[in-house]
Structure formats: structure tokens, C-alpha cells
Write a protein that binds this ligand. Structure first.
Ligand code: ACO
Length: 351
């Protein structure tokens, strides 16, 4: 891996660190460890054929998804995050007791209050850690990574555990064939901090457009429409979406974000070794890949085995890429997310 100057958090906020002589925006914060976890139970397309009017052939052709992992009755989102967090900490060689910050990106908290990250802190045994939950739908992980990065760079914290975890199966309507084939449960986590690790966090772009708020939504169970017998009867606690609109938005946004984060760091697409997009649908990934003119080996795809795991999908795919040896020292990697809100974000990493 290319040597990067070691800096203490808060030191030299206008970092002069460089990428092949070109300046980049953020002070040096490293990725110290990566981990992921998916529950044991697998729901495959044949199982879904028995639940709704669908077929393996339709699901594979339209989404590329073959199976997804689903939590057990005893599990909740925090349980997924705890396991992923433990694995990332082990890889980082950091004990939970040393953790200063835990950020959880989730759209499916264990309960409305307290924040799910509190359960994670307790079970990990991380008494020194502050933390909070963040919800930006499927973009939440990139937002959390950016927040953790900036809090460390600002000098307030030496390290952070950034977790993306979701149990979308708990808000999936298994009578709605258009959406129930898409989602799965899981968690992924990164430990970041000042120091030497396999990756360097370099830049982020995030954004949102609330005029698209209706495109992906859960109508009831919040303060707008509190839970009631009527909302339950109308199945309003389940996720609804306008699939075709989301599809078009996603493809355009992936291309736009990849180009923007590349250009503003003085790079070209040829410099980027791997893109790790939010795993929503293989056709979305393929359309974006073709739009960018990239070969298949430069876009990470594991949606076939996990479905759309929302906040977990990017760290889950990044962890898999690392374990498969697809991330070599010095490689440039872009994480790119889109989701309900509408929200979007991208992170540039040097591995
Ligand atoms: N099995 C069989 N047929 C189905 C199924 C199914 N599971 N679902 C829909 N169909 C039918 C439709 O009813 C429709 O039938 P019709 O022509 O008789 O009306 C037909 O298949 C085609 O439907 P389309 O909506 O045109 O299918 P499309 O190719 O657009 O694929 C899909 C639908 C997979 C939902 C796609 O639009 C998509 O992936 N969109 C993006 C979804 C997404 O990423 N959501 C993000 C969710 S939010 C989050 O990430 C948490």
C-alpha cells in the first residue's frame, strides 16, 4: 500500500496529503478493519414461489437475486450489527473497550427508542463509546462513514465503529410480489481511525431530494400515522415503492456520483479499480456499469446471494471483496449508494 503520512486526529485539518501528487480533501483517517454478518436462515426463490405469484425465472431475470438471508424470530437489527461489529473489531485488532464512537446506519431500528446503537454498545462491551443511529434509508452507511470520518478528522474521537445493519424482512409485505422478492437482512461494519490500516478514507459526496419522498416509504408507525388497528389492517407498516421510478433514479445517480467523485479528486475512471454500489438489483448495477463503460470485474455485485440489505449492502459487499482478494494495496475504490428520501452518497477510498 502506498505510504500515507500518519497524523493524529485533529492535526492539520487542511491536510496536504496527496494522491499521486494530486491533492485530496480529507485528513488521513484509515479503515482499520471490515466485517459482516448475515443470518443463517436462507429464503430462496423457490420458497417465494410458494408464498406469492412469482417464479425463479422472473426474479432472476428482473433482479438477478437468487436468495437472501432472513433473521430468526429471536433476532433483531442490533444482533446483526453486533456480529458484524465484532468481526470488524477483530480485524482491526481493537478491543470494544477502546472504542470511542459507534454510528449505526439503519432504517429498521430494534424499536423507536432507545437508539439501536445503545443495544449494540452494551452487547459489545464498549463503555467509552458515544454513538447514535442515522437513517438515510439505503444511503445511511455512506452518511455514517462520512460523519465518523469527519468527527475523527475534527479531533473529537480517535476511532469509530461504523455499522450498516437492517432487517428489511420486518417491514416487507410478503403478499406484495413486486417488493418481497427484493429484500434480505444483514449487517456490515468498518472500524476507522487515525493510524495504519488497509484503507484510507479520502472523500465523500452526499445529497438528497425530498421531493422524491413518496417514491420509497413506510406510511404508518411514525408520528404522521401512528400504529393503530386500522393501519395494521391496511398493511401500512410495510415498505412501498415505485419500482420503475427508483430504477431510473438509481442508474442515473450511480453514474453521476462515480463521475463526480472521480473528477473532483483529479482522477479519471481508468484510475478506479473497484466500484462497490448499493446492491438493489443486478439490472441496476449492470445498467450503471454499461453507462460508465466499465468491465464487469470493476463493479462489485453480490446481490444474487443477499438481495437488497439496505444499509448493510455496501459494507457487506466491501467485506466480501476484501476476503476474495479483490482489494489490493493502493487500489482506488468508490462506494456508491442511493435510497429512499431520496438520498444518495459516494465515498472514495484508497485501499
Ligand atoms: N413475479 C412475477 N411478476 C411480477 C413480480 C414478481 N415478483 N413483480 C412484478 N411482476 C409483474 C408486474 O405485475 C408486471 O406485470 P404486468 O406487466 O402484467 O403489469 C410485470 O411483472 C412487469 O413489472 P415491472 O414493474 O415493469 O417490472 P420491472 O422490470 O420494472 O421490475 C422491479 C420490477 C424489480 C421492482 C424493478 O423495477 C426494480 O428493481 N426497481 C428498483 C427497486 C429498488 O431498488 N428499490 C429500492 C427499494 S428501497 C431500499 O433500497 C430499502
Amino acid at each position: 500500500m502506498k505510504e500515507t503520512p500518519a497524523k493524529k486526529p485533529g492535526e492539520d485539518p487542511a491536510s496536504e496529503a496527496s494522491l499521486d501528487g494530486k491533492p485530496y480533501r480529507s485528513p488521513v483517517v484509515a479503515v482499520l478493519g471490515v466485517g459482516s454478518y448475515t443470518p443463517e436462515r436462507v429464503l430462496n426463490n423457490e420458497d417465494l414461489e410458494r408464498m406469492v405469484d412469482t417464479s425463479d425465472e422472473w426474479i432472476v431475470t428482473r433482479t438477478g437475486i437468487r436468495e437472501r438471508h432472513i433473521i430468526s424470530e429471536e433476532q433483531a437489527t442490533s444482533d446483526l450489527g453486533i456480529e458484524a461489529g465484532k468481526r470488524a473489531l477483530a480485524q482491526a485488532g481493537l478491543s470494544a473497550g477502546e472504542l470511542e464512537l459507534i454510528l449505526l446506519a439503519t432504517a429498521t431500528p430494534d424499536q423507536i427508542t432507545p437508539a439501536t446503537v445503545c443495544h449494540i454498545q452494551r452487547e459489545l462491551g464498549a463503555p467509552r463509546a458515544a454513538g447514535f443511529d442515522m437513517n438515510a434509508a439505503c444511503t445511511g452507511f455512506v452518511n455514517a462513514l462520512m460523519t465518523g470520518h469527519q468527527l475523527i478528522a475534527g479531533g473529537g474521537f480517535a476511532n469509530a465503529l461504523i455499522i450498516g445493519a437492517d432487517a428489511l424482512s420486518t417491514i416487507t409485505d410478503y403478499e406484495d410480489r413486486e417488493s418481497c422478492v427484493l429484500f434480505g437482512d444483514g449487517a456490515g461494519a468498518l472500524v476507522i481511525g487515525a493510524g495504519d490500516g488497509p484503507g484510507v478514507v479520502m472523500d465523500h459526496i452526499v445529497g438528497m431530494d425530498g421531493t422524491g419522498a413518496e417514491m420509497i416509504r413506510v406510511n404508518a408507525g411514525g408520528s404522521r400515522q401512528p400504529a393503530s388497528h386500522e393501519t395494521i389492517e391496511r398493511r401500512e407498516h410495510f415498505l412501498r415503492m415505485d419500482g420503475r421510478k427508483v430504477f431510473r433514479f438509481a442508474v442515473a445517480k450511480i453514474c453521476e456520483l462515480v463521475e463526480e467523485v472521480t473528477t473532483r479528486n483529479g482522477l479519471s475512471l481508468d484510475d478506479i479499480d473497484l466500484i462497490v454500489p448499493h446492491q438493489a438489483n443486478l439490472r441496476i448495477l449492470e445498467a450503471a456499469r454499461r453507462g460508465l463503460g466499465l468491465d464487469a470485474d470493476r463493479v462489485m455485485a453480490n446481490v444474487d446471494r443477499y438481495g437488497n440489505t439496505s444499509n448493510a449492502s455496501i459494507p457487506l459487499a466491501l467485506d466480501e471483496a476484501a476476503r476474495e482478494g479483490r482489494l489490493q494495496p493502493g487500489m482506488l475504490v468508490i462506494l456508491v449508494a442511493f435510497g429512499g428520501g431520496l438520498t444518495w452518497g459516494a465515498t472514495l477510498l484508497r485501499w
